[in-house]
Design a protein around this ligand. Structure first.
Ligand SMILES: C[S@@+](CC[C@H](N)C(=O)[O-])C[C@H]1O[C@@H](n2cnc3c(N)ncnc32)[C@H](O)[C@@H]1O
Length: 485
C-alpha cells in the first residue's frame, strides 16, 4: 500500500512541478495556456506559446505522468475494455467530419447548435449525430453545451477547413445517401480540403480507410495473407499507390493530408536538423517522392538561393502537384521563375536529373517500403550523386518503451525531454504517434516505421553513411543527414 501511494505521489509531483513551470512561463508572457473551451487559432499568442521548446518539455512530462496516473487509478477491467472499444471514436469522428459538423458549429458560435438542426441542414438523422458528438465530447472533442446542443472546442475546431458552409452543403449532397458501389470504398469530398492546413484531410483519411484497414491487420497476420490490410478491407486488387491512380479524390485528400503532418509538428522538424539556408547559391535540392510539394515550398522559402526539384510519380505530378502550384500565387511565381521545378520520376528508376545535386531529400518515403526497396531507392540516388551530395531523410525513429542503457550502464535518452525513470522511456501517451503510424503503414502498404539500427543498415547498403541525426522534441520525427560512403 505504502509503495502504491508513493507511486501516485511521485506521478502527482511530476504533474504539479510541470504545471507550475507552465503557469510561470505563461504568466511571464502575460497570457494563459489555452483551455479546451477555446477555439483553435494557430496564430494566437496562446497557441504559439504551446509550441515553445520549454513549454513542450513541461507539457510532455505532465502528460506522460498524468496518463500513467489515470491508467494506474482506473479499474483494470474498465481500462482494458475502454481500449478494446476505442475503435468507435474514429467512427464517430467520421460521422462528424463527413457532415461538416465542425464548420456548421463554427457558424453557430459558443451557443452551439441542436442536433436536429444539424440533421436538417445535412439531410441526415439527428439521434446518430447526437450519439456521435456525445461520444466525442466524452473524449474532449466538441462540447455538449446543453442536452443535444453541441459547440466546437479547441480539439474539434482544428478540423475546421475554413470553407463556406453553403459551399460545403452543396458538396455534401453528392455524398449523403450515395455510396460508391465499390466494396468498402467511401465517396471522398476532396475539394473541401484544398488550401487547408492538412489536419482535416489527415483525420479524414485516418477515420475512413485508415480505420477500416486497422480491423484487418490481425487477420492479415494470423492468416498469413500476402496482401495489405487495405487490399483485404477494400477488396482492392492493386496496392494503395495504384489504387490512387483510379481514385483521384482519394489521392488529392492524401496529398493534402501530408501537409497536416507539418501543422501537427513544430517547424524544427525540418529546419533545425539541416542547414538549408547555408547551401551555396543555385544548389539543387531534389525532393524525392515529394507529393504535392508542400515541404519543398517551405524549404524554397527559407532558402531562396537554392533550386528545388519536386519529383513524384508522373501521375501525381500531373494531376496533383502541378495544379496545386498553379492555384497558389506564391508557388506559381516560384515555378515560373525556375526556382522550383516539378518533375515526374519513378524513384525505383535511374534519375533523369542531369545537374549536380547538392541534396536528395526523402520525407516520409522510407516508411512506405521494405528494407530492400529502400536500399534500391537510395542506390538510385547514390548513382546520381556527386561526391559532396547529401541525402537528407526525414522520418520517425521508433523508441523502445523501456529504458535502455549504454555501454557504461547509464540510461541512454531516447526522446526529448528525457523522462525520469518512473515514467515510460518513450513518454507513453505523451508520444504515441510513431507506434500508431507504424501500424498505419503496415495496414496501408505493408510497410513500417524503422528503428535506428535499420536506418543504419539500409543507408549503408545503398552506399550512404549517417553523419548526423537531429531528433525533434516530444516526437519521433528525426532528420537524418547522410554523405556518400
Ligand atoms: C507518404 S508520401 C510523402 C510525400 C512527401 N514527401 C511529404 O512528405 O509530404 C509518399 C510519396 O511517395 C510517392 N511515391 C510512391 N511511389 C513512388 C514511386 N515509385 N516513385 C516516386 N514517388 C512515389 C507518393 O506518390 C507520395 O507522394
Amino acid at each position: 500500500m505504502a509503495s502504491q501511494l508513493t507511486t501516485l505521489r511521485q506521478l502527482a509531483a511530476i504533474i504539479n512541478e510541470n504545471v507550475e513551470i507552465l503557469e510561470g512561463l505563461a504568466a511571464s508572457k502575460g497570457i494563459s495556456h489555452p483551455t479546451l473551451d477555446s477555439i483553435y487559432n494557430s496564430a494566437s499568442p496562446e497557441e504559439q506559446f504551446t509550441r515553445l521548446p520549454e513549454v513542450l518539455d513541461a507539457s510532455l512530462l505532465a502528460i506522460s505522468a498524468a496518463s500513467q496516473l489515470v491508467n494506474t487509478l482506473k479499474l483494470p477491467g474498465a481500462a482494458i475494455y475502454e481500449r478494446a472499444t476505442c475503435y468507435h471514436i474514429p467512427g464517430a469522428l467520421r460521422i462528424a467530419t463527413d457532415i461538416c459538423a465542425v464548420e456548421l458549429l463554427r457558424d453557430a458560435g459558443p451557443e452551439g447548435m441542436h442536433v436536429k438542426d444539424i440533421a436538417a441542414k445535412t439531410g441526415t438523422e439527428a439521434s446518430m449525430i447526437s450519439r456521435a458528438l456525445r461520444l466525442l465530447a466524452a473524449h474532449y472533442i466538441f462540447k455538449e453545451v446543453t442536452p443535444d446542443v453541441f459547440a466546437n472546442n479547441r480539439l474539434s475546431s482544428i478540423l475546421d477547413t475554413g470553407k463556406d458552409v453553403g459551399y460545403l452543403m452543396t458538396l455534401l449532397k453528392d455524398i449523403v445517401g450515395n455510396p460508391t458501389g465499390e466494396h468498402a470504398i467511401s465517396r471522398v469530398n476532396a475539394k473541401k480540403f484544398i488550401n487547408t492546413n492538412g489536419i482535416a484531410a489527415l483525420v479524414d483519411l485516418s477515420v475512413d480507410y485508415g480505420f477500416k484497414n486497422a480491423s484487418f491487420v490481425p487477420d492479415v497476420f494470423i492468416n498469413k495473407i500476402d496482401k495489405s490490410a487495405f487490399q483485404v478491407a477494400h477488396g482492392a486488387e492493386k496496392p494503395f499507390w495504384e489504387f490512387c491512380e483510379t481514385h483521384p479524390a482519394h489521392l488529392q485528400r492524401f496529398q493534402v493530408a501530408m501537409g497536416g503532418w507539418r501543422t501537427m509538428q513544430s517547424p524544427d522538424s525540418i529546419f533545425k536538423g539541416f542547414g538549408w539556408s547555408s547551401l551555396p547559391e543555385n544548389s539543387v535540392v531534389v525532393d524525392v517522392g515529394g507529393g504535392n510539394g508542400s515541404v519543398s515550398f517551405e524549404i524554397a522559402q527559407v532558402a531562396p538561393q537554392i533550386k528545388v526539384v519536386v519529383q513524384d510519380r508522373a501521375q501525381t505530378i500531373e494531376n496533383i502537384t502541378v495544379p496545386t502550384w498553379e492555384a497558389d500565387a506564391e508557388k506559381k511565381i516560384m515555378v515560373e521563375s525556375g526556382r522550383v521545378t516539378l518533375e515526374g520520376q519513378d524513384f525505383f528508376e535511374s534519375q533523369v536529373i542531369k545537374r549536380d545535386v547538392a541534396v536528395f531529400f526523402l520525407r516520409f518515403v522510407l516508411h512506405n517500403w521494405s528494407f530492400e526497396e529502400n536500399v534500391k531507392i537510395m542506390k538510385r540516388l547514390h548513382e546520381a550523386a556527386i561526391s559532396g551530395t547529401k541525402l537528407v531523410i526525414i522520418d520517425q525513429i521508433a523508441p523502445y518503451a523501456c529504458h535502455v542503457k549504454d555501454e557504461t550502464g547509464a540510461i541512454r535518452p531516447q526522446v526529448i525531454p528525457n523522462p525520469p525513470p518512473i515514467l515510460l522511456a518513450n513518454l507513453g501517451e505523451g508520444n504515441p504517434i510513431v507506434y500508431r503510424t507504424d501500424f498505419v503503414m503496415h495496414a496501408l502498404i505493408q510497410a513500417r516505421e524503422w528503428p535506428l539500427g535499420e536506418f543504419e543498415g539500409m543507408t549503408k547498403e545503398a552506399g550512404w553513411k549517417i553523419e548526423s541525426i537531429y531528433q525533434t522534441r516530444g516526437t519521433a520525427m528525426s532528420v537524418i543527414v547522410c554523405g556518400k560512403l
